[in-house]
Design a protein around this ligand. Structure first.
Ligand code: NDP
Length: 255
């Protein structure tokens, strides 16, 4: 296989969670552009109408299914719907996530549970639901969206529950890579720095000195800039890569 051919996802079936907006939307389009059929998991059915049309315009099949990733039954039902609608899943991108800027002493137990529930249990539920088929077929690639917050502590805002949840995503990535590697299933994580989405108010002047000026590239990323790395991790171009946490942060975490 030629070098560029190894990046092609033609004939593959991908799933992206939390794809209605932000990073997930950009990743779904990138995977489609690389040639795979794409199923998007969203919470509100109508929120993916435009995205499905955009994916289909790229000449591949698209399917939107509804699930809250914190509910294992909904995730299992979504996995069945996707397999019935498109076929066995080759690529899973666990992107759905939530964040909250709040100091440790101010967080309520409900807020902490919610963050850990979506960011850890959600990844767990989807990895288990889709990983089962991958392990059975001895093939598959999972990309979990972690964060630099799983590696460093962000400033100036405090977000301890989010930071802990993303560190857990990184360690779950390595644990699943170890377990499923012998079955030909690769599991990696992407750890982005600041990316302009609803979750990250990158244009707010109070964050600029720390979020933007402190990074060697002195800017934030747009969601589209994450697509090529996820395509790489999902594809045969990364055939020897598993258990890795790839940091993509404009150099933010060098300091
Ligand atoms: P957004 O808030 O823009 O999008 C988050 C997506 O997750 C939404 O589509 C949302 O669905 C979905 N989601 C939230 N909770 C659930 C749930 N329980 N079940 C299903 N879907 C859910 O955030 P980003 O695009 O910025 O973030 C995407 C991922 O990237 C997250 O994991 C985040 O932690 C990570 N990340 C983001 C960074 C950034 O700077 N933006 C940096 C590093 C990592 P709905 O539309 O229904 O609300």
């Amino acid at each position: 296989m030629g070098v560029l051919d190894s990046f092609s996802l033609a004939g593959r079936i991908s799933v992206v969670t939390g794809a209605a907006r932000g990073i997930g939307r950009a990743l779904a389009l990138a995977l489609a552009e690389a040639g795979s059929d794409v199923a998007v998991v969203v919470r509100t059915p109508s929120s993916a109408d435009d995205l499905v049309a955009e994916i289909e315009k790229l000449g591949v099949r698209a399917l939107a299914v509804t699930a809250d990733v914190t509910d294992p039954d909904q995730v299992a039902a979504a996995a069945d719907q996707i397999t019935d609608g498109l076929g066995p899943v080759d690529i899973l991108v666990n992107n759905a996530g939530v964040g909250l800027h709040k100091a440790a002493l101010d967080l309520t137990p409900e807020e902490v549970r919610h963050i850990l529930n979506v960011n850890i249990d959600g990844v767990w539920n989807c990895a288990q639901a889709f990983g089962r088929g991958m392990v059975a077929r001895r093939s598959g690639s999972i990309v979990n969206i972690g964060s630099i917050s799983g590696v460093i502590v962000n400033r100036p805002q405090w977000q301890p529950a989010y930071n802990a949840s993303k560190a857990a995503v990184h360690q779950l990535t390595k644990s699943l890579a170890a377990e499923w590697g012998p079955y030909g299933v690769r599991v990696n994580a992407l750890a982005p720095g600041y990316v302009k989405t609803e979750m990250a108010p990158v244009d707010d002047p109070k964050f600029k000195p720390r979020w933007v000026d402190d990074a060697p590239l002195q800017r934030y990323a747009l969601p589209e800039e994450l697509g090529p790395t996820v395509v790489y991790l999902a594809s045969d171009a990364a055939s020897f890569m598993t258990g890795s946490v790839v940091i993509l942060d404009g150099g933010y975490s060098v300091y």
